[in-house]
Design a protein around this ligand. Structure first.
Ligand code: NCD
Length: 339
């Protein structure tokens, strides 16, 4: 049976290597030490997932997965993660249509209700800041942000950082090429914040002008120490990078006119991939992909978007839940865990 997590928290609390009872709302809550702790737990979760013996680490935990926007990987990987650890998940399908949202109920009232029934809330929402609002209402249970608005998708960024770390065994001194919708891509925004925690990282942001990172956002990341080079032309790509992070053009967040103009500006093909000779480079994508990576690229061993990147999503979410519910077995002897 899971121990009671009685630690009270505010939605934006720093993790500071102590995940117990905390909400996971933004990458702003993380520092290098907390990432290092999380990344030590992830391989343990992989071992549980590939082992057919059941785990009871989260037995007694009921998670509500509330997705106001469509999702395949984030929702299923959370559900799988909770189940893998012996907990149960209640998936609220299409709340915009089938919950009292359709009658005009506020997010706050809906969250109070879900909180009454469960031990963990996982929320995806269309509005910026929705997860923090939910976390500030649900003071009895942790809230995980499964992507809100265009700003944050912290659990995706954590799995992306883990995927880069697994490949390069470090998260500093890296060069990443980001391609696609840099303006609206919440996965990109959270990942850039994560990279800015480490020294000497450089991000090339390649997008059509309409989809470039907002100026204030760019300045903030530079202030945090990230070197940013915004480019609009493939001829200005670096010759070397450690990872490429390709994203979907977020059709639902722009006018059709803009979408039609920008949708096929950058398409990753085998020819594109030949520009980069480093066999250690990886090509990532949070998915779903629409047209931005040609399927011929899927067979490139450097393409990880349909393989390890997806699997890491489940392992990282398992690790986060186990840490937040303070259920890391003592015998794992994970250094840096709070007493
Ligand atoms: C992304 C999202 O929802 O932000 N997908 C994901 O969660 N893996 C990316 C997208 O929708 O383009």
């Amino acid at each position: 049976m899971v121990r009671d997590i009685t630690v009270r928290h505010a939605g934006s609390d720093q993790i500071k290597s102590d995940f117990r009872g905390k909400d996971i709302v933004s990458l702003d809550q993380f520092d290098i030490e907390s990432l290092a702790l999380l990344f030590q737990v992830v391989p343990r979760m992989r071992a549980i997932a590939i082992n057919s013996r059941p785990s009871d680490i989260l037995s007694g935990i009921l998670a509500s997965l509330i997705f106001y926007e469509p999702s395949t990987r984030t929702r299923c990987s959370f559900e799988a993660a909770i189940n893998q650890l012996g907990g149960r998940a209640m998936v609220i399908e299409n709340p915009q249509q089938f919950s009292s949202f359709a009658k005009g109920e506020s997010l706050e009232d809906a969250i109070c209700t879900y909180e009454a029934y469960c031990d963990l809330i996982v929320l995806r929402h269309r509005e910026d800041g929705a997860a923090l609002r939910a976390a500030n209402v649900a003071t009895r249970v942790p809230v995980f942000n499964a992507g809100d608005g265009t700003r944050e998708h912290p659990t995706q960024a954590l799995l992306d950082l883990f995927t880069v770390y697994e490949q390069h065994e470090r998260l500093d001194g890296l060069t990443g090429l980001f391609v696609g919708d840099i303006k609206h891509g919440r996965t990109v925004h959270s990942l850039l914040k994560g990279l800015s925690l480490f020294p000497r990282n450089t991000a090339y942001l390649m997008s059509p002008t309409e989809l470039a990172l907002d100026f204030d956002h760019l300045k903030e990341l530079q202030r945090l120490g990230l070197t940013i080079k915004a480019i609009e032309d493939q001829n200005r790509m670096p010759n070397h990078c450690d990872f490429i992070y390709c994203t979907r053009i977020q059709k639902e967040r722009m006018s059709l006119e803009v979408y039609d103009r920008v949708k096929d500006n950058f398409i990753i093909t085998s020819v594109f991939m030949r520009h980069f000779s480093d066999p250690k480079m990886i090509l990532m994508h949070p998915l779903p992909r629409v047209n931005e990576i040609h399927t011929e690229v899927d067979a490139d061993p450097r393409a990880v978007y349909l393989t390890s990147q997806i699997r890491n999503g489940m392992y990282v979410r398992m690790a986060l839940a186990a840490l937040v519910f303070d259920q890391i077995p003592k015998e794992w002897e994970i250094p840096g865990l709070p007493e």
